[in-house]
Design a protein around this ligand. Structure first.
Ligand SMILES: Cc1cc2nc3c(=O)[nH]c(=O)nc-3n(C[C@H](O)[C@H](O)[C@H](O)COP(=O)(O)OP(=O)(O)OC[C@H]3O[C@@H](n4cnc5c(N)ncnc54)[C@H](O)[C@@H]3O)c2cc1C
Length: 435
């Protein structure tokens, strides 16, 4: 492959204490958290709105707030839910506490909370590189219609989901385990008769009347078809409420791909779009409930469950979850079962947590990178603990800790991998987001 070499002058658009890359659930909370700690904070996001997979991917509900009937995540994440609730745009479904939300209100309230806290928002801005001085990031660069621009920062938070900034900075990544969880293009259906025995009990994520949220009857029908035609790929299906109107968010398509491989993702997304129409047609033909169903929206991209994981000071293991390892600085209380969607086929394995277990701060930082913190789904974890921590309430808790840690690093000039653990923990306790 031929290469070209380019040199150009890049304007430095702003100077900040903390720069957060990625405005999904973890990034938006990280930015609010750093700004509330008094730091000049910028957030860069490739899309024109906040919420990442939650809003752009129609991934509802928000899971992971409740463990064994008790709420275990508070702080900014819970504040977001409460603000949405006041607008009738969130429904906390007990006992498991999954939170169904209206994604348009989610985008609005996320934006309001960021602006109120003083975060400077750079949306439509694609992080494309960083400048390092002895493993310390001095600038990040991003691309937009204005060309390439740069921001300087004292501390950087990678909340891109895929660990893009860590990857660009040369942070070692865990060896891929070869069984990345699949991607799914979720979409919105209207015109479905949801008040029938087939659908009534499964459209809330917890299931009603003790029934599961995955629709068993439709699943068996699709499994039967897939046995005759292995080009039919699906998962679930899960039908989730969007609260306003009679629309349903549907999670049913599935593809196995490394979503950090542009060409492979492109091909997978084309196929997922074809699959979405094919599956809806199959439902229309078989079930009267879907006869008038119309696809009115689909995720801005395929929803990505898993890609890169940094090699942190500590990599979370299955033992950490089964033994409930006591860490010196826990940043998030796990709540969701270890929820592994099979890399191939329609399978899913759900393993409930047996007791209290936590994500440690050490899984968010890498040795030798003094001003870079990972937040969200790219932190350091093996397959099983990752399958629990990846849900939104947990990654928001991780985001809040990232903001607190970044602010502390600015205040103390200490490397992020060597922060005084007691001080970090007391700041986290003050905010009470790990309950
Ligand atoms: C199909 C599916 C179903 C799921 N179901 C549930 C569920 O029921 N409940 C639950 O709680 N969780 C669920 N999850 C998991 C959850 O949605 C994600 O794990 C969570 O959103 C991860 O948050 P994050 O902030 O780490 O990353 P993301 O949500 O991926 O956000 C990353 C953000 O960074 C931005 N970004 C990425 N790269 C760049 C770049 N280079 N420059 C600028 N911006 C960038 C993205 O646009 C995005 O806004 C599901 C996920 C999928 C895919």
């Amino acid at each position: 492959m031929p290469y070209i070499h380019m040199q150009k002058e890049i304007p430095v658009r702003g100077e900040y204490d903390v720069v957060v890359c990625g405005g999904g659930p973890s990034g938006l909370v990280a930015a609010i958290s750093a700004a509330r700690a008094g730091k000049r904070t910028a957030l860069i996001e490739r899309l024109g709105f906040l919420g990442g997979t939650a809003t752009g991917g129609y991934v509802v509900p928000i899971s992971g707030f409740y463990f064994e009937g008790q709420r275990v995540v508070g702080g900014i994440a819970w504040e977001l839910v409460q603000r949405l609730e006041r607008l009738g745009a969130a429904l906390v479904e007990l006992p498991r506490g999954h939170v169904s939300v209206n994604v348009e209100y989610y985008k609005l309230i996320a934006q309001e909370m960021l602006l109120e806290s003083g975060v400077v928002l750079y949306t439509n801005a694609y992080l494309c590189d960083c400048v390092l001085h002895e493993n310390r990031i001095t600038y990040i660069t991003f691309q937009s219609k204005n060309g390439t621009e740069a921001l300087s920062g004292r501390c950087f938070i990678d909340a891109t989901g895929d660990g893009d900034l860590c990857h660009m900075a040369g942070v070692p990544m865990l060896t891929p385990h070869g069984q990345l969880q699949p991607v799914s293009l979720c979409f919105v259906l209207t015109g479905v008769d949801t008040d029938t025995a087939l659908l009534r009990d499964c459209i809330h994520h917890d299931g009603k009347n003790g029934k599961g949220s995955c629709n068993g009857e439709i699943r068996d029908y699709l499994l039967g078809l897939a046995r005759q035609d292995d080009s039919l790929r699906f998962g679930g299906p899960w039908f989730n409420v969007l609260l306003k109107g009679s629309s349903l968010a549907v999670n049913i398509t599935r593809a196995q791909v490394d979503a950090t491989d542009r060409a492979a993702l492109t091909e997978a997304e084309w196929q997922l779009r074809r699959d979405m129409f094919r599956i809806v047609e199959l439902l229309r033909r078989k079930y009267p409930e879907f006869q008038n169903a119309e696809i009115v929206a689909s995720g801005i991209n395929a929803g990505v469950r898993e890609t890169r994981h940094i090699q942190g000071l500590h990599t979370m293991t299955l033992q950490d979850v089964t033994n409930g390892t006591a860490f010196s600085c826990p940043v998030a209380h796990l709540a969701h079962p270890m929820d592994i969607h099979a890399a191939k086929g329609a399978g899913q394995t759900l393993t409930r947590l047996q007791g209290n277990c936590y994500v440690p701060y050490e899984a968010m930082v890498a040795s030798g990178f003094p001003n870079l913190i990972a937040a969200g789904r790219c932190i350091s974890a093996d397959r099983e603990p990752y399958a629990s921590l990846r849900v939104q309430a947990t990654v928001m808790s991780i985001g809040e800790a990232a903001g607190v840690a970044a602010a502390l690093a600015c205040d103390t000039n200490a490397p992020v991998f060597d922060l005084p653990a007691g001080l970090l923990r007391s700041e986290i306790d003050k905010r009470s987001f790990v309950l």
